[in-house]
Ligand binder design. Structure first.
Ligand code: AMP
Length: 459
């Protein structure tokens, strides 16, 4: 039985989906006004593994993400760069999707753009006005926080905190904590609405999108810790007021921050590393491994040395697979047989691994179980007391683990720094041959590298 820590109740609860083994999941997507950084990647890799595990456990998951493609930050950046906001948003949406692909984040079933859901947004605002949860002023339409007494139930904040809501400057609002559903604007980009030209507030796009695809009640809603207040709080107020159904979501899941020297990595603090920059010099799996070495709810302190440590740990796994493959494929006579003992070990390790993952997706515990296993198997190999048959089981189990963690664990060789330098020399020489149109020789180098499982792509 999988247990999930629910931010709403601050407890671990048994996973009990609304519809048998079908899970509807929504995770807040990015605001696409710049390249995504590795803080974003932390959140999306965590949810990628959560989904992989749910599927491994037999659930059918529908994973929805929104793309915030209309927002003040997009408009501001577009005007600085003298491009249309939509052009800017599409460019960075494309980059975001490329970055996710490079990181092996591949389980989102549907990305929904805010700008393509204006009718749904307008319908929700109309309902809120009609039911008396919202009011109109000369500057926009606002949600009336005082009409939803449970406001603050997710973040457990008191009214004073709520009143320092970030959009409290507008003097036309009844309460400082009221938030915008529709902002009246005549400057572009704007959309027509029953309240005049304007654009939607940030919170309403998510509930309009989730109602459309998941309905008024669904299983899991996720995002980074920073979204609990005010964003998710506002979502609850909107959706539960629109539908009258509670709760809007069964389990609220929040990821911890990726920090640098104790501070959250963010665009505004300027302490960010983009995913692209990181992947120039580092293998995406090394970063994925670093993320999964920490529990998804805990903070990660990012540093080069943490990356280095992840690289070394990951190499231990690859090294064992390489050794196992080598033995299985070799002609050497079988090592001593202790099949029963090893089969038990694999079974026991798998059970303990699943137990850790069932416990609120505890990836660091799961990894420490894997490393104990690796140590034991290495010892057995050194003492030549494990059969090829058992090594096959070891390999299958490690592949299973790789699938859940999103690590390929196949057809990959460990490249140390020296080999890497050597490869760079080969690639450089081949480049010179290509400049001289020595195609035959340059193709020969590529094909010989291919024989060594090194794929060279001319991009
Ligand atoms: P944004 O585009 O800023 O709305 O962020 C998209 C997602 O990334 C949200 O779920 C954020 O909570 C998450 N996020 C942003 N910065 C970080 C960080 N430093 N660590 C972890 N998650 C983050």
């Amino acid at each position: 039985m999988i247990k999930i820590y629910n931010t709403m109740t601050r407890k671990k609860e048994e996973l009990n989906p609304l519809h048998e083994n079908r899970i509807k999941l929504f995770v807040c997507g990015p605001t696409v006004y710049d390249n995504s950084h590795i803080g974003h990647a932390r959140t999306y890799i965590s949810f990628d593994v959560i989904v992989r595990y749910l599927k491994y456990r037999g659930y059918s998951v529908f994973y929805l993400q929104n793309i915030t493609d209309i927002d003040d930050k997009i408009i501001k950046r577009a005007s600085q760069l003298d491009v249309e906001p939509v052009e800017l948003a599409r460019k960075f949406e494309k980059r975001y999707l490329e970055d996710m692909q490079a990181l092996g984040v591949e389980n989102v079933n549907f990305y929904a753009r805010a700008t393509e859901h204006l009718p749904e947004i307008i319908t929700q605002i109309e309902t809120l006005l009609l039911e008396g949860f919202a009011y109109q002023t000369e500057t926009g339409v606002y949600f009336d926080e005082s009409k939803f007494p449970e406001f603050g139930k997710l973040s457990r904040r008191n009214i004073e905190d709520l009143n320092v809501h970030r959009i409290n400057q507008d003097s036309t609002k009844k309460n400082p904590g009221d938030f915008a559903l529709w902002k009246k604007r005549d400057e572009k980009p704007f959309w027509k609405s029953p309240w005049g030209n304007g654009r939607p507030g940030w919170h309403i796009e998510d509930t309009a999108i989730t109602e459309e695809y998941l309905g008024p009640q669904y299983d899991i809603h996720g995002g980074g810790l920073d979204l609990i207040f005010p964003h998710h709080e506002a979502e609850i107020a909107q959706m539960e007021s629109v539908s009258g159904k509670k709760p809007m979501v069964r389990y609220w899941m929040h990821t911890g921050f990726l920090n640098v020297k104790g501070e959250k990595m963010s665009k505004s603090l300027g302490n960010f590393i983009t995913i692209r920059d990181l992947l120039q010099d580092h293998d995406p799996e090394v970063f994925r491994f670093l993320v999964l070495s920490t529990h998804y709810r805990s903070p990660i302190d990012f540093s080069e040395s943490a990356l280095e440590q992840s690289k070394n740990s990951l190499e231990r796994i690859y090294k064992l697979i390489e050794t196992v493959n080598g033995i299985i494929e070799s002609d050497i006579s079988d090592l001593n047989q202790k099949d029963k003992e090893h089969n038990n070990k694999v079974r026991d390790t798998r059970n303990r691994f699943l137990e850790a993952m069932d416990n609120d997706f505890n990836t660091p515990d799961a990894l420490s179980i894997i490393f104990d296993f690796i140590r034991d198997i290495n010892r057995s190999i050194d003492h030549r007391n494990i059969s090829k048959n058992s090594l096959n089981d070891v390999r299958s189990f490690l592949m299973e683990f790789g699938g859940i963690f999103g690590l390929k664990l196949t057809n990959k060789i460990c490249i140390d720094d020296k080999t890497n330098d050597l490869l760079e020399v080969i690639v450089e020489v081949r480049g010179k041959l290509r400049e001289k149109k020595e195609w035959e020789l340059s193709d020969l180098i590529r094909s010989k590298l291919g024989d060594l499982d090194i794929i060279l792509e001319d991009k």
